[in-house]
Design a protein around this ligand. Structure first.
Ligand code: PGA
Length: 252
């Protein structure tokens, strides 16, 4: 059994100093918890500093994005090797904000996933449907297509370290989380898809994590669902008390 994973995506928030304050508070608040894998994704500019602040804790770090080349003339980009060297063990790939605002196609997501695996980073691949797609009943076909294209060509061994984040786009930053039952249904279908397409030991180990307006007041009911073991938190990860409460979720 893997530990539940609770990841905080800080997005484009916090200067180095603000990030340091946040992580120092958070460390204190969750220091007695060792039953959860806690991952933070600060902006690139803070990762190195924060990696020193969490060095003697169990908090792990993630990049919010990565480029698929190792080095070279790619102004503004950061490679998987660079993220590893700053202390990241995970990287978020294909977040809907990257897809919608910065042109991350399924093909790019796939290249980034390969680059992450090559560098020894654990990819957290985000998928999810728009409100329009949800209303048209296209949630599962959208999400399944995104997953198949994101994972194309990855070996079973690499899949064991993979996390898929189901983040309905209409739930991100809106305060309107998917209901636990809706999220559970999608998680369950993703798990079935993985069993159909990959060997069962890999399919079993892949984490399927929910994101989209996860807050202290809905984490317990989400985590109580049999197929929701983990959460990716945006806004609420910027408040140490709220994120600590999410990490201390109570599932029944
Ligand atoms: P949110 O963001 O928790 O603010 O909705 C989630 C995410 O974008 O990962």
């Amino acid at each position: 059994m893997q530990k539940p994973l609770i990841a905080g995506n800080w997005k484009m928030n916090t200067t180095v100093h603000e990030g340091a304050d946040l992580v120092i508070k958070l460390r204190e608040l969750i220091k007695s918890i060792d039953s959860v894998d806690v991952v933070l994704a600060p902006p690139f500019t803070s990762i190195q500093h924060i990696s020193h602040l969490v060095a003697d804790s169990s908090i792990q770090l993630a990049g919010q994005n990565v480029f698929w080349k190792e080095d070279g003339a790619y102004t503004g980009e950061v490679s998987a090797q660079m993220l590893r060297a700053t202390g990241c063990s995970y990287v978020i790939i294909g977040h809907s904000e990257r897809r919608e605002l910065f042109g991350d196609t399924d093909d790019r997501v796939n290249k980034k996933a390969h680059a992450a695996v090559r560098a020894g980073l654990k990819p957290i691949i985000c998928v999810g449907e728009t409100l329009e797609e949800k209303e048209a009943g296209r949630t599962l076909s959208k999400v399944k297509g995104q997953i198949m294209r994101a994972l194309a060509g990855l070996k079973a061994g690499a899949l064991k370290e993979l996390t898929i984040a189901y983040e309905p786009i209409w739930a991100i930053g809106t305060g309107q989380s998917a209901t636990p039952e809706t999220a559970e249904e999608v998680h369950n279908s993703i798990r079935e898809l993985l069993y159909e397409d990959y060997d069962s030991s890999a399919a079993k180990r892949i984490r399927i994590i929910y994101g989209g307006s996860v807050k202290p007041d809905n984490i317990d009911s989400l985590m109580a669902m049999p197929n929701i073991d983990d959460a990716l938190v945006g806004g609420a990860s910027l408040k140490a008390e709220d994120f600590a409460r999410i990490v201390r979720f109570e599932s029944t």
